[in-house]
Design a protein around this ligand. Structure first.
Ligand SMILES: Cc1cc2nc3c(=O)[nH]c(=O)nc-3n(C[C@H](O)[C@H](O)[C@H](O)COP(=O)(O)OP(=O)(O)OC[C@H]3O[C@@H](n4cnc5c(N)ncnc54)[C@H](O)[C@@H]3O)c2cc1C
Length: 476
């Protein structure tokens, strides 16, 4: 590898051991001398990001014999599912369950932490879980398969040599370290590893480049459902109108109107998904400000409801997401790009690794709280009983043969991402790519050259639902 200098915005002096040549201040940064980064760990498959997609990838690669290391920047596993309190899984095409495999395994292992909705399988939403409990379940699933897990490490640089990623550099409490591997799977949600390796990516929608709105999830307890049921609908409508009026006058925060109406009518206790925020999830300053503002907004809702609705007189906020819930950021360009038409037309793909079915669900990138989910407009939903294929090609790329992406940073358009971003869909990708990585290692080939029929047969024997696969080969 060529020696190179690193530009760091801060912290250079702290990273340098005593006796090291002094760093040099430049007009816009700090020039740090080339230095050796110690190796922290090594594995056959290195999965970066311990969200639902990364967990699935790690477990499934390990199940097929690979030595797997999972790196996670936060202290606990689950990503948005646990740390942003996003606790609903979707497994049905509204007629039948079409997502099984690792998702089903996790559902069964979750025991009392997972509940199936009584109207299963008539809605896309089929299961609701306790985010706290799932942290433990995810951990157990990884441990049982022998995956080595390192939390509190952030992948900050990708070292590329000869068309391969040979290491990721991670920041730890004791400085920057290297993690080496044969195959890398980027499950960071934001595509950090792929972007740092120089892969091209898309960001935001066509036109203004904005990504989907974010949401601060919160848990509300102490609402009285009996009182809510007895509250006249007009009274709730008046409170919603007051919220709208004050919001439009700039005295009250934005909110998701459809969700707020349903929570207020039912006096729901549990997780509320209604506090929007808009900005760039890759910008630390914006993210810091938006998170703090959103925390204040949640108390503004509570205070108004306590005042105006008897059912909420004793309402308490018991927790909020560890961070804002992020729906979209970088989308790494792959061998294929899944777009809105492929979703709506239930497109089938020869390199299918599973099925998806979620609608084109876009939360207003300007942060008003409006979502296309509430409109029921034609052209955004698949017909009941229909599903599209999640192809391997949206996870692989043409430049770096040993790097794949899974989850919400896969190769999609803004509209495609609005469907693919579901946790269950990301886990399908994780299972497909993790299994593909293990098969590639075993046969000494690269992931895009793994016999797709063999991969599909392996996935089916691991319980993955995979139907209507057309008979053409994966074009690389
Ligand atoms: C408010 C909200 C409601 C939603 N509702 C639903 C819903 O009801 N059901 C559903 O299925 N989906 C829902 N979604 C979408 C879904 O939650 C996400 O798209 C999905 O969780 C993404 O999973 P992921 O594994 O791709 O990424 P993430 O869950 O974001 O996981 C990425 C992981 O990588 C880690 N990481 C990031 N960068 C680095 C790095 N550089 N180094 C190391 N680790 C890193 C993160 O800490 C995180 O743990 C919702 C999203 C939001 C925000």
């Amino acid at each position: 590898m060529k020696r190179r200098d690193f530009f760091l915005a801060s912290g250079a002096a702290a990273l340098a051991p005593l006796g090291m040549r002094a760093a040099e201040l430049t007009a816009d940064g700090v020039l740090v001398p080339a230095r050796k980064v110690p190796v922290l760990a090594e594995a056959e498959v290195v999965v970066c990001g311990g969200g639902t997609a990364g967990i699935a990838a790690a477990c499934c690669a390990a199940k097929h014999g690979a030595k797997v290391l999972l790196l996670e920047r936060w202290p606990s596993l689950g990503g948005m599912a646990t740390n942003a309190l996003v606790n609903i899984w979707h497994t049905s095409d509204r007629r039948k369950q079409v997502i099984f495999g690792f998702v089903q395994e996790a559902i069964e292992r979750a025991g009392g932490f997972m509940q199936r909705y009584p109207d299963f399988p008539r809605r896309y939403e089929t299961h609701k879980f306790d985010p706290e409990g799932m942290r433990v379940v995810f951990w157990q699933l990884l441990r049982e398969r022998g995956v080595r897990v390192l939390c509190n490490v952030t992948a900050v640089e990708s070292v590329v040599e000869g068309g391969q990623v040979c290491a990721v550099l991670v920041d730890t409490k004791t400085g920057r370290k290297a993690v080496r591997g044969k195959i890398f799977i980027d499950a960071t949600g934001d595509g950090d590893v792929a972007a740092n390796a120089g892969l091209p990516f898309d960001f935001g929608r066509v036109g203004d480049g904005r990504v989907q709105g974010m949401t601060m999830m919160f848990e509300l307890r102490g609402a009285d459902q009996a009182v809510a049921r007895a509250t006249p609908r007009e009274q709730v409508a008046r409170v919603l109108a007051l919220m709208q009026e004050q919001r439009d006058a700039g005295k009250f925060p934005p909110f998701n109107e459809g969700h707020a109406a349903s929570y207020l009518r039912s006096g729901a206790t549990g997780l509320y998904n209604m506090c929007p925020a808009a900005g760039n999830p890759l910008n630390e300053e914006e993210l810091t400000q938006l998170s703090e503002e959103a925390r204040g907004h949640v108390y503004q809702y509570r205070d108004l409801w306590r005042r105006e609705l008897p059912a909420f007189a004793k309402a308490e906020i018991v927790q909020m997401g560890h961070g804002l819930g992020i729906r979209e950021s970088r989308r790494i360009r792959g061998l294929k790009m899944l777009d809105g038409q492929m979703v709506i037309k239930a497109a089938k793909q020869p390199d299918a690794i599973g099925h998806g079915f979620w609608m084109i669900d876009i939360h207003d990138p300007k942060g008003t709280g409006y979502t296309t989910h509430s409109d029921h407009k034609p052209g955004q939903w698949l017909e009941p009983g229909q599903s599209y294929h999640l192809p391997l090609g949206i996870c692989l790329n043409a430049q770096l043969a040993n790097l794949a992406v899974v989850g919400r940073c896969a190769s999609t358009t803004h509209e495609g991402c609005a469907s693919v971003r579901l946790q269950s869909h990301g886990m399908v990708m994780g299972q497909g790519v993790g299994t593909c990585a293990a098969l590639a290692l075993r046969s000494g080939t690269q992931m895009s050259l793994v016999d797709i029929k063999k991969l599909q047969a392996t996935l089916r024997s691991d319980g993955v639902y995979l139907e209507d696969v057309p008979a053409a080969a994966l074009a690389t």
